[in-house]
Design a protein around this ligand. Structure first.
Ligand SMILES: [Zn+2]
Length: 174
């Protein structure tokens, strides 16, 4: 078993254990909560987008620091952006029950697709632009917490906008 495979196995096992035994928010709660939050937050649109992104960012950082950080710290050679994106997608799928895929990945950019996005569930086709700012922020926060540097995430397709999937472009600078 290669080092990367060991790391992968360790993360997935850990993720599943947390999902099964600890207090992970059930997907159905998230599905009810975030779309409602998006629709009822008493903020102007731009403020709302920034707020939700920032909220997701903090959550992404927290999840990363509390949950996966130790795995990366033990990894040698150091974790790369590509590895992180791969693990993020595996880990996120394990803990959230969402169907999340890595569509593209390079040293400094990636495309993440969520086919069953909880964040715009029930809002399909209702908006003219993406709404899953929380999820964009979460990817950015997790990436920065794991690797340092700067990550910016933009949702380019969204089920709330009538697209078939939610699609997130991740850009990373070490
Ligand atoms: Zn979306």
């Amino acid at each position: 078993m290669s080092r990367v495979d060991k790391l992968k196995a360790s993360l997935i096992t850990k993720a599943l254990r947390v999902a099964i035994t600890e207090d992970v928010v059930p997907a159905r709660v998230l599905r009810a909560l975030y779309p409602m939050l998006y629709e009822t937050l008493p903020l102007k649109e731009e403020e709302k987008e920034g707020y939700l992104y920032a909220l997701g960012y903090q959550m992404g950082r927290k999840m990363e620091e509390e949950f996966e950080h130790i795995v990366w710290k033990m990894s040698k050679p150091p974790l790369t952006f590509k590895d992180l994106m791969y693990f993020f997608v595996k880990g996120a799928t394990a803990v959230s029950a969402d169907k999340i895929e890595l569509e593209e990945v390079r040293e400094d950019a990636a495309v993440v697709v969520n086919r069953t996005c909880a964040y715009c569930w029930g809002l399909e086709g209702k908006y003219s632009k993406p709404v899953c700012f929380y999820y964009s922020g979460a990817i950015a926060g997790a990436t920065e917490a794991a690797l340092g540097g700067t990550a910016v995430v933009e949702e380019v397709d969204c089920k709330a906008k009538g697209n078939e999937v939610c699609r997130f472009k991740v850009r990373y600078k070490p």
